[in-house]
Write a protein that binds this ligand. Structure first.
Ligand code: ADP
Ligand code: MG
Length: 712
């Protein structure tokens, strides 16, 4: 039986690496299609091309039971007649299928000739599919059809895998069924020899995991629900385990091989600032995080730390204290922001704060004039400038530092892994790296994306903040909105109105923004009211001027696109109006809302939407109204969008999961991470015989995916 099923593969160990063209029924043409369409080259690629769902084929129905277009039915019976009907263009094969309860029609529009040759009378078949109602009767178009042989009955009597396919593959007979049948030709060859185990014996035992070969078989051809669940668990665990093992090992390796600058002095700058010029008491969370960072930077290890803290939790001050510490130890530091506006704002805040200390702070962005740029470059080279703030322009190659010791990256999700690596070239040893984010990133994602970073959390807001009240308004409530804005402005507050602007619909969005601005100026006319407008088409001077008018309180209303999204700080602004709020993602909405509630005044966020909201949009609005908790919001966001869409995930290349889902599998991730940590704590180099398998697989992966050992 085996021989007619399978081609001979040279050696059992290379079974998985056999090109798919040698698989029964594939050949060169289909193999090429599989490569082009699905990136499937080898047996192992097809074996890890996992089903996206399963249909229950444990049950058989009768013809008389077929009654619902939405459900799948599985029937056993005989073909009792067939005809080719219709004219040339709409030819189809219609076959009558009978069981003991009645007759139902099966229809094929494509491949009907091929089908007609194969359908035999007096042979029992199993059909499976979703019926369509046509003129009051049901039929099955293109059902799955198989001989009711013993073997098939056994195969069909389980959960049946369904695979994604593409139009091109379907034309070549590789629809979901085709893929499943192809797999059925190799599945019986899976055993401990052909599919080497990739996890250690103790992991298998501790977590009661199926062996790899068994998991692969069960995921494609599950015996039952229990085995399917076990298979999925095993495969997810393995995927997540290796991601964690890799990240945690990177951490360990770095600790040995990368020398970190030692900031052991807490000197004049830090102390003077801390005791004399701090504008307010630090929150306990800020104190704790500063301490964690100080310990890191004094340890002789190179710091790679992620500081998470919700919008408004006071991350800037933490960064500044660390930069002063660097300066006390004769090191320079830089602070990188994702936008020019934010860089400028950080520059203003920080220059103001350190004025009494007499240290030099520089600003470098894409629009810095070449003369200023030259002066700053020189000051960075000779070390006279100890703190520089800027955008990505800072990591351009010309920028040379005298002695760069600390890099702070604000809102890191826009800052890829590759850029972090670039920083390593800026000094003889890599500088300490502090990544600050308010995104906030769900824990599962943080563990996967930044699992190589140590984490600090600022989980406390500065005192006196009143929670922001969020309301969801529709167009009919616009008058109420205008009235509310008038009240707030009369109380001396300021208002943001934010419009979406995305590239794809830029023209229309821009028009909406302009119209909105005109309408607002009409409602809030000068000289009593002044309105600012900021959008991406303004030059940076214009933007800056408009921002400044608002910051200084010369204007009461700021109409803007999302350029103000990240980091702008105007404590007197207490109302955030978001137009077409349904077009923003949850984390963006949360970021925008974080622009208010920064002063002591009660603040409001008003989400304006149209009436027609999809289920997802509705959930986003409800979530915003219900909670101010950034972590809760990020969890909902992750569930709605899936991790692939969260900023930075895709580019990072860190997440390469086929089955595991960061939105769903947080618990497995936690288990996998703990397991990886425990193993590395006991056997850092994976040198013990039992751990060889892990080492080999890690090395294999590094070979195929490239090394990240240079990555900060
Ligand atoms: P984020 O964490 O979003 O970057 P910022 O650093 O911009 O937050 O701080 C938000 C606001 O809170 C700023 O106006 C800042 O001056 C203020 N702030 C920061 N720390 C404290 C504190 N400990 N007490 C009072 N206000 C603070
Ligand atoms: Mg900030």
């Amino acid at each position: 039986m085996c021989s007619n099923f399978m081609v001979q593969t040279p050696m059992s160990s290379s079974f998985l690496d056999t090109p798919v063209e040698y698989m029964k029924g594939i050949g060169t043409v289909r193999a090429e299609a599989l490569q082009k369409e699905l990136m499937v080259f080898l047996f192992k690629d097809l074996l890890t091309y996992y089903p996206f769902r399963y249909v229950d084929r444990t049950k058989f129905h009768t013809v008389s039971e077929v009654s619902d277009e939405g459900s799948y039915y599985q029937l056993r019976g005989y073909i009792v007649g067939m005809q080719v009907v219709g004219d040339k263009r709409a030819k189809r094969l219609v076959a009558q299928f009978r069981d003991s309860t009645g007759v139902i029609e099966l229809v094929w529009f494509q491949g009907h000739k091929w089908m007609a040759e194969r359908l035999k009378p007096n042979v029992e078949y199993i059909i499976f599919g979703k019926p369509t109602a046509f003129k009051g009767r049901y039929n099955f178009a293109h059902p799955d059809i198989d001989l009711a042989s013993e073997e098939n009955l056994k195969m069909q009597s389980a959960f049946q895998a369904v695979y994604y396919s593409t139009e091109k593959l379907k034309l070549k007979g590789l629809d979901s069924d085709g893929i499943r049948k192809t797999l059925s030709h190799i599945i019986y060859r899976l055993d401990a020899q052909t599919v080497p185990e990739t996890l250690t014996q103790s992991l298998l035992e501790d977590f009661k995991l199926l062996p790899r070969h068994e998991a692969l078989r069960q995921i494609h051809f599950p015996d039952n629900k229990l085995m399917l669940d076990k298979a999925r668990f095993r495969i997810k665990f393995e995927e997540l385990f290796y991601v964690q093992l890799k990240l945690l090992r990177l951490n360990k390796v770095r600790a040995h091989t990368v020398h970190g600058f030692v900031f052991n002095k807490v000197g004049d700058l830090f102390n003077t600032f801390y005791h004399k010029h701090l504008p307010f008491d630090l929150t306990n969370a800020q104190k704790r995080v500063v301490k964690e960072i100080r310990v890191d930077m004094g340890s002789g290890r190179q710091m790679n730390r992620l500081v998470q803290g919700d919008v408004g939790s006071g991350k800037t001050l933490v960064a500044l204290l660390c930069m002063l510490l660097a300066a006390d130890n004769q090191f320079q530091s830089c602070l990188m922001a994702p936008t020019e506006i934010l860089a400028k704002q950080h520059y203003d805040t920080i220059s103001e704060l350190v004025k009494p200390l007499g240290i030099k702070v520089g600003l470098l962005t894409g629009s810095s004039r070449s003369k200023e740029r030259k002066v700053l470059h020189e000051a960075l080279r000779d070390g006279s400038c100890s703190i520089v703030i800027g955008t990505h322009a800072l990591i351009e190659d010309q920028v040379k530092f005298h002695n760069l010791g600390l890099v702070v990256i604000d809102e890191q999700h826009r800052f890829g892994v590759a850029q972090r690596a670039k920083l390593h070239a800026k000094n003889t040893s890599p500088p300490h790296i502090l990544v600050m984010t308010a995104t906030p990133i769900p824990r599962t994602l943080a563990m996967t994306l930044y699992g190589d970073l140590d984490t600090s959390v600022i989980d406390e807001m500065p005192p006196g903040r009143k929670p922001i009240t969020t309301m969801h308004f529709m167009e009919s409530q616009r008058l109420r909105l205008i009235g509310f804005m008038r009240e707030q402005i009369a109380l001396g507050r300021q208002v943001y109105i934010v419009y979406p602007l995305i590239e794809e619909s830029e023209k229309m969005d821009f028009q909406n923004l302009q119209n909105g601005y005109d309408a607002i100026v009409h409602e809030f006319p000068p000289p009593q009211y002044q309105v600012s407008i900021v959008h991406g088409k303004l030059s940076s001077e214009e933007k800056e001027r408009e921002m400044q008018r608002f910051v200084k309180g010369e204007t009461q209303i700021m109409v803007a696109t999302t350029v103000i999204e990240v980091g702008v700080n105007v404590p007197n602004a207490s109302v955030m109006v978001i137009e077409s709020a349904e077009r923003f993602g949850l984390s963006q909405l949360h970021q925008l809302r974080g622009r208010v509630g920064r002063g002591a005044e009660k603040s409001y966020c008003i989400l304006m939407t149209s009436y027609k909201l999809g289920a997802d949009s509705k959930l986003r609005m409800e979530t915003m109204v219900r909670t101010n908790d950034g972590f809760e919001i990020s969890e909902v966001d992750l569930r709605l969008r899936g991790p692939g869409d969260i900023d930075g995930t895709r580019q990072s290349g860190v997440v390469n999961l086929k089955l595991a889902d960061l939105a769903q599998d947080g618990q497995i991730l936690q288990l996998a991470r703990t397991a990886a940590q425990t193993i590395l704590d006991e056997d850092e180099y994976l040198a013990s015989p039992g751990n060889q398998v892990l080492r080999q697989n890690l090395e294999q992966e590094v070979k195929t995916r490239g090394s990240w050992s240079k990555i900060a």
